[in-house]
Design a protein around this ligand. Structure first.
Ligand code: AMP
Length: 384
């Protein structure tokens, strides 16, 4: 079965065509970047051949048309769409009906930057590829197993009832993929693991016997550990204090916490860990404190999740930072010695898949995430 994967963002559309009969090999993949802007860059691989060009692409429908031009006359059997917010309604991949579209639209209130473009991608595919099943894979779905004590905030319950204010968690497709791959390495699903997706956006999940029981992102993707430009968890009173002191409105404080904080905020010069590390090696103070703060806050979350799981068998790192920043993994694991974590420095330095020492009580892995493959796997289960 050939499955088209669509990840539609506000100004970009990523696509892949995977063949389930060839171990989900990606036959085509690419990005249409700059939708609605003056120039749009199309960067693709068509049967292992690179393809790059510029064009004006006005909307998501045109972007899907570009993707289909690149894919040519290849038969498409099903389409999988990444949808960021599935609210409390969707626990699994779901065939997209008119009702599902309505719910995704309604959930735009909770994900105003993501669900509307996701829906545009869906509408474009429904129009251009008639009769082919469209499946939604929700970023929130994997976290729907977290218990009430984990998803409720300690605020009056009426706000949960009225507005569905609760923890949802994000990056679910990546956490699901990484936890499944970790279980394969452990050769058992009867294990307690902590998955650390550390990229431009970062989140951690505690997974017990295949089910997510806790995750670090919350009502929105702003919560949890510090990220590229997002603050992660802070004392909520800081919000009112800064609004008062700086005479700023909610849009401005939202911008500060989402776009000016995190690694960028602490370092004062970059949101990219590669640039922070380059300066840390030269003993730049701001860079050193940024690395230390990141490692510390991530380790705190891991410690808390070890408590939530009542033990931990494996910790897996993934995404841009998790897969590459060996110095951060080293520093995080130093804080975790009390759990019996022992890293093999050479294996860690080389970003190998298995990076713990033989004697380590907790296994430590580095696994490349593959959300496209996870989406394709879930689509193929539904569309037979
Ligand atoms: P992602 O969201 O998974 O694409 O991750 C993007 C982030 O990963 C970048 O902003 C960098 O901070 C980080 N990153 C990417 N490559 C490296 C690398 N080789 N070493 C350290 N950090 C990296």
């Amino acid at each position: 079965m050939k499955i088209l994967i669509i990840n539609a963002g506000s100004s970009s559309l990523k696509f892949q065509l995977l063949d389930s009969n060839k171990k989900f090999k990606a036959l085509y993949k690419g990005i249409v970047d700059g939708i609605g802007l003056k120039t749009c860059f199309i960067d693709a691989m068509a049967k292992s051949k690179p393809l790059k060009y510029k064009k004006i692409v006005k909307n998501h429908e045109q972007a899907v048309k570009e993707a289909l031009k690149i894919i040519g006359d290849e038969k498409i059997d099903a389409i999988g769409h990444r949808v960021v917010h599935g609210g409390e309604k969707y626990h699994d991949a779901t065939k997209i009906t008119a009702q599902v579209k309505k719910t995704i639209k309604k959930l735009s209130e909770l994900a105003p930057l993501h669900n509307p473009p996701n829906l545009e991608g869906i509408n474009a595919c429904k129009k251009l590829l008639k009769g082919i099943p469209n499946i939604a894979i929700f970023d929130t779905a994997f976290h729907q197993t977290i218990p009430e004590k984990a998803f409720h905030y300690a605020i009056p319950e009426k706000y949960y009832k009225k507005y569905k204010v609760r923890k949802y968690g994000f990056h679910g497709t990546s956490h699901k993929y990484i936890s499944d791959e970790t279980y394969k390495l452990l050769r058992s699903k009867n294990k307690k693991i902590i998955t650390c997706h550390l990229g431009n956006g970062s989140s951690l999940s505690a997974v017990k016997n295949g089910k997510c029981i806790e995750t670090s992102m919350g009502f929105t993707p702003l919560d949890g550990v510090p990220m590229g430009t997002r603050s992660g968890s802070i004392d909520p009173a800081i919000v009112f204090y800064l609004m008062e002191k700086e005479k700023i409105n909610s849009d401005k404080i939202d911008h500060i916490l989402n776009n000016e904080s995190g690694i960028l905020g602490v370092s004062g010069f970059s949101s990219d860990v590669r640039e922070i590390w380059a300066k840390a090696k030269k003993k730049n103070k701001k860079a050193l404190i940024t690395i230390d703060l990141l490692a510390y806050k991530i380790a705190l979350h891991i410690g808390a999740y070890a408590a939530a799981l009542n033990g931990v068998d494996a910790i897996t790192f993934t995404a841009g930072i998790g897969q590459n920043a060996w110095y951060l993994r080293r520093d995080i694991c130093k804080y975790l010695n009390f759990l019996g974590v022992k890293l093999d420095p050479k294996k860690n330095r080389k970003n190998e898949k298995i990076i713990h020492e033989k004697k380590s009580k907790v296994k430590i892995f580095v696994i490349k995430t593959n959300e496209g493959l996870q989406i394709a796997r879930e689509v193929s289960k539904i569309v037979k």
